[in-house]
Design a binder for this molecule. Sequence first.
Ligand code: NAD
Length: 369
Amino acid sequence: MALNKFSRRDFIRAGSVGVGALTLGQTFSSLAAILSKPKKKLGVALVGLGYYSSGQLGPALLHTQNCYLAGIVTGTPSKAIDWAKRYNIPQKNIYNYQNFDTIANNQDIDIVYVVLPVFMHKEFTIRAAKAGKHIICEKPMALNAGECRDMIAACNKAGKMLSIGYRLHFEPHNLEVMRLGQKQVFGKVTSIDTGNGFTYRGDPNAWRLKKALAGGGGLMDMGIYSIQGSRYTLGQEPVAVKARQEKTRPDFFKEVDETVYWELEFPGGFKTTGKSSYNNDWSYLKVEEEHGKFELGPAYGYGGIDGSVNGKQMPFPQIVQQAAQMDDFAQCITLNQPTRVPGEEGLKDMKVVDAIYRSLNSGNWEKIG
Ligand code: NAD
């Protein structure tokens, strides 16, 4: 197929997603794959219509090019009525948690996006895979690494793609940090310090504060980003960790961690520092290399990211991170290419989290993996 048959917009759109991973030959065969069939936006069904779906994912799906909000899964009939009206969702695409498996028969739904409390991630990911759907699962991927392995195995068995809601892999400031760190633009990385947290003032009975439902506290919810920050700055996997914790509101954080500090050791002995909290407003990533430094702050949220390189502000725009993330996944499905944030990426973080909890118990360095 000749290139002049493609519009410039098609070329840019097809090539802009994950282009770093494609050879020119692959790009052309990808383009052929897209253009050989009529363009279709993939249908997404959001499972769980809480804070993140309502405030971010639903609205972001109004900005997506490659996918759209086709269905919802909810246990609350009043939410179903509201969402159906707001997003023009037909009754046949509305499910509850009991009849969810019949989504297998619904051709409108290509992707199931699991946006539930953590203890439900494994169950709904596996049910979605069995129903023949591709899956995005929110972070943290599951209660522990063992559950992540089961989820990956189920998706592989069903021949369906699994992605984790790691929106920052599509965010320009964070992408720049990955480039500067992994390519060692100013020499070897000599220091990484990062923290993420917020002051939890919500419902004391919420699932987030229950170990069995959330897997943990600030570490699971916010620390995942700090762990990611170190990993994607270096482009390496940590081998060991030592952690300690602090609780200033033990009456509130009865079952889960409040503030956790850790050191991650990477191959060769290089160490980074990280922290997470449900009692401090942190969102930063500071990196020093031999001949320069760069940092992000806020680093990890979706209310605006800022950063600097050697004291000069990064020139990147704010984007709808969730739209970029979902569009990329839809594109990967259409092109039959791997996502940059697969289940394996979630598993890597959960192996670190598991080792941090082991270290909090033992007081020692713990191996990861
Ligand atoms: P939430 O509590 O606001 O929403 C959870 C939804 O699950 C609610 O609609 C609730 O009704 C439903 N639910 C079904 N069964 C439930 C049960 N047994 N107990 C409690 N709720 C039940 O939570 P949220 O903030 O929307 O978080 C959902 C997921 O999204 C979590 O994994 C969280 O870490 C993730 N999240 C990600 C980001 C991000 O930036 N990527 C931001 C916020 C939340």
